[in-house]
Design a protein around this ligand. Structure first.
Ligand code: BDP
Length: 720
């Protein structure tokens, strides 16, 4: 037996050594704990981290212990033992002062106090006279977050010999919104089906649930809304609540709370009532009872997310009540249990004649101060709808007495869906760093969202999930970076797009700088490229009808004008763009004066928002000196060119990572190039019918006729 083992040992070793270049399907996300190849670093880490001492045995601490054990053993290429107490130099001691006498002995209370529920310290310290590393936190979940931070440092091959890190999240609730239906289809999902296997729940706990929870915990996400905002009341029935409980139980050790979408008409649909009027005592009592039942299964249930009076969803309007009436009714139901209500501001109607841009503001601003303390109004980043680029939503800063939370879309409904590489940190950062001027200069959207501008303790941020059953979770390998980014920015919105990309690339692929540098550059340019080949210069809502895949600038004459493209681009023989100044819808008036002045002035508005706010003549001189039509053509072409550069960049890194993920990305970049051309050609040919000007010399001519593009009619596009 022994001899046999000796014979196969070299073989095993060989396998191990070449493993990093072997097939990899992306399942491990950024949580790859392969042995560190740099010998000097490896050696240093092996000296610095010799054993794990974790006092306490809560489910969360056991998860942290397991993660450290797996992570360190993998990265260090040798078993790192768990010890009851430090036995040698290099002990890693983790815990809270409450459950760990060793951590308590470090007397960290003063440093821990400001770090709150979720924060932690990572310290190089002395324990029993020996150099050690400590992960200390006020709570067990803080210890878990600290453990992930330490592992990240190792994955990124950072120095851990002199640690003094204090970290705490800027936002309290960091929540994924799954648009998952009970039949497992995912609205605007491009990564397979819903993770939640309702049919086999509650009995069967898929390993995926735990890996999902681990991944979320590793980036600080602490909540998940399991169901679609276009809600099905059935999830609130006992039959489903036992299944929700099973998921909540699985996620709890990872610090993740479960939330559900509440269909406003549930009292009628599953409660047998005749009305869902929020001011009706019977309706109020029904929600209280129902909520009590929910908490009987899930004692730490997070609360409800509601889409009301929008796109066919029922809501308080049905009873001539306000959004505050609706939200407060649910807030009162969850309040005794410590829950919150996330009430969406995405309310607009085809029966309201006003510019869609203005409707949410008009509806919600007058309600400032009328919402209960446990209500957060969830506002999309822009006033229309997750377009490739939007100016920030004017509600940010406009409701100081209300807790406003951010909603970003992580899934790429309008950003190339499952085929395009778009790194979204620059988009998220652009919005978070926008200055609302609500309380003078420096009143950024980020400060509204994290609560510091108006002194709110309760704060939250949501990201519409891009996760599904695909082996690599997100369909496109690079879409993982947007899940990662959302979590990192939810924790700390001050981290730069560059830093996040750097972390993600190193953890997901390799520390090899010949890979990291060009790939990071490619990621950082990718969002702008998409904006250019889809909706440059402030254009928006030009996508295909219903499935939103591919270009459809010609979409008109549909049952709802505010779902067509012509409503938004307003192209005619004189020019293009939506006049939102005084001469038009005057949506600019919804912003604070300094912003208003900038956006309303065609000479001052940032060019990236030009056609968002102005109807501009075709021969208007843009910043480049080119006339608008030519500039538009240049932007569309530049978008395609950037994708081609991305392809070239990717080709140069062949061999630096495993073939499987390399080829996956290579093929999708080729698809993206085709789609970028499709967008460019279709949009330019269509707008040309108004501008009546030639494509500027030197730019590629469209491949087909406008009729060709208008006849394309993709079937069974995923994500409906
Ligand atoms: C739109 C999506 C639609 C969603 C809606 C929402 O096309 O599927 O239901 O947003 O956020 O962008 O409610």
């Amino acid at each position: 037996m022994r001899n046999k083992f000796i014979l196969i040992l070299p073989l095993l070793l060989l396998l191990f050594v070449t493993d990093s270049l072997h097939a990899d399907d992306g399942y491990r996300l950024w949580q790859r704990y392969d042995k560190i190849e740099n010998a000097a670093k490896l050696n240093g880490y092996q000296q610095a981290l010799t054993e794990i001492v974790l006092e306490g045995n809560s489910p969360t601490l056991l998860v942290a212990q397991k993660e450290l054990k797996n992570g360190l053993s993998g990265l260090l290429g040798k078993e790192v033992p768990i010890s009851q107490r430090p036995t040698q130099a290099g002990a890693l001691v983790a815990g809270t002062p409450a459950n760990s006498p060793l951590i308590k002995s470090l007397q960290l209370e003063n440093r821990l106090k400001p770090l709150g529920q979720d924060g932690y310290l990572l310290l190089t310290t002395n324990i029993n006279g020996k150099k050690s590393t400590a992960i200390a936190a006020n709570t067990d979940v803080g210890v878990l977050y600290g453990a992930f931070h330490l592992l990240r440092l190792l994955q990124m091959q950072q120095d851990v010999s002199n640690l003094s890190v204090a970290s705490a999240p800027k936002i309290r609730h960091r929540v994924l919104n799954h648009w998952d239906n009970l039949d497992r289809t995912v609205e605007r999902g491009y990564a397979g089906f819903s993770l939640w296997d309702w049919h086999r729940l509650p009995g069967y706990i898929d390993q995926r649930y735990l890996d999902y929870a681990r991944a979320n915990a590793s980036i600080g996400i602490n909540g998940t809304v399991l169901t679609n905002v276009n809600a099905n009341a059935l999830v609130l029935t006992k039959e489903y609540l036992v299944k929700v409980k099973a998921l909540a139980d699985a996620f709890r050790p990872y610090g993740i709370k479960v939330y559900l979408t509440a269909r406003f008409s549930a009292p009628i649909e599953i409660g047998g009532l005749k009305t869902a009027d929020p001011l009706d005592p019977q309706v109020q009592a029904w929600w209280k009872e129902k909520t009590k039942e929910v908490y009987s299964y899930i004692p730490d249930f997070g609360g409800y997310l509601v889409k009301a009076d929008s796109e066919g969803q029922p809501g308080p309007h049905n009873y001539k009540r306000t959004q505050a009436d609706g939200a407060n009714m649910l807030a009162d139901a969850v309040a005794p249990h410590g829950g919150i209500v996330m009430w969406r501001a995405f309310v607009y109607s085809e029966h309201t004649p006003d510019d869609r841009h203005k409707q949410a503001f008009n509806e919600f601003k007058p309600l400032d101060g009328k919402f209960r303390d446990n209500v957060l109004v969830q506002v999309k980043n822009g006033a229309i709808d997750f377009q490739p680029r939007e100016p920030f939503h004017p509600l940010f800063g406009a409701m100081p007495s209300t807790r406003l939370m951010m909603e970003f879309q992580i899934t790429q409904e309008y950003l190339g869906q499952g085929t395009n590489l778009a790194y979204l940190a620059p988009l998220y950062k652009e919005v978070l760093e926008s200055d609302t001027y609500a309380k003078g200069k420096g009143s950024t959207v980020a400060k509204v969202v994290d609560g510091t501008l108006d002194n709110h303790q309760l704060s939250a941020i949501a990201g519409v999930s891009n996760i599904g059953t695909d082996r690599n979770w997100t369909g496109h390998q690079f879409a993982q970076s947007n899940w990662y980014t959302f979590g990192r920015l939810a924790w700390d919105h001050s981290i730069s797009s560059e830093e996040i990309a750097d972390e993600w690339i190193k953890m997901t692929f390799t520390n090899n700088n010949q890979f990291v540098a060009p790939v990071k550059k490619m990621m950082l340019n990718s969002h702008e490229a998409i904006v250019n080949y889809m909706t440059p210069l402030g254009l928006h809502h030009l996508m295909g009808w219903s499935h939103h895949y591919g270009p459809g600038p010609w979409i008109k004459d549909k049952p709802r004008a505010d779902w067509t493209s012509v409503y938004y681009h307003q192209a005619d023989e004189n020019g293009i763009g939506f006049d939102r100044t005084k001469t038009g819808s005057n949506a600019v008036a919804q912003y604070f004066p300094p912003v208003q002045k900038q956006f309303a002035n065609i000479k001052k508005v940032p060019e990236k928002y030009l056609l968002w706010f102005h109807h501009v003549p075709w021969d208007y001189k843009t910043n480049s000196g080119r006339i608008l039509w030519d500039e538009l053509a240049y932007r569309y072409s530049a978008g395609v060119d950037t994708v081609r550069q991305m392809q070239q960049t990717w080709d140069t890194v062949e061999g630096m990572i495993d073939e499987e993920r390399f080829n996956h990305v290579k093929m999708l970049l080729a698809v993206q190039e085709q789609e970028a051309k499709w967008w460019r050609d279709a949009c330019l040919l269509y707008f040309q019918t108004f501008s009546k000007r030639p494509i500027p010399k030197g730019l590629e001519e469209p491949e087909h006729s406008l009729e060709h593009y208008m006849q394309l009619d993709p079937k069974f596009v995923p994500g409906i």
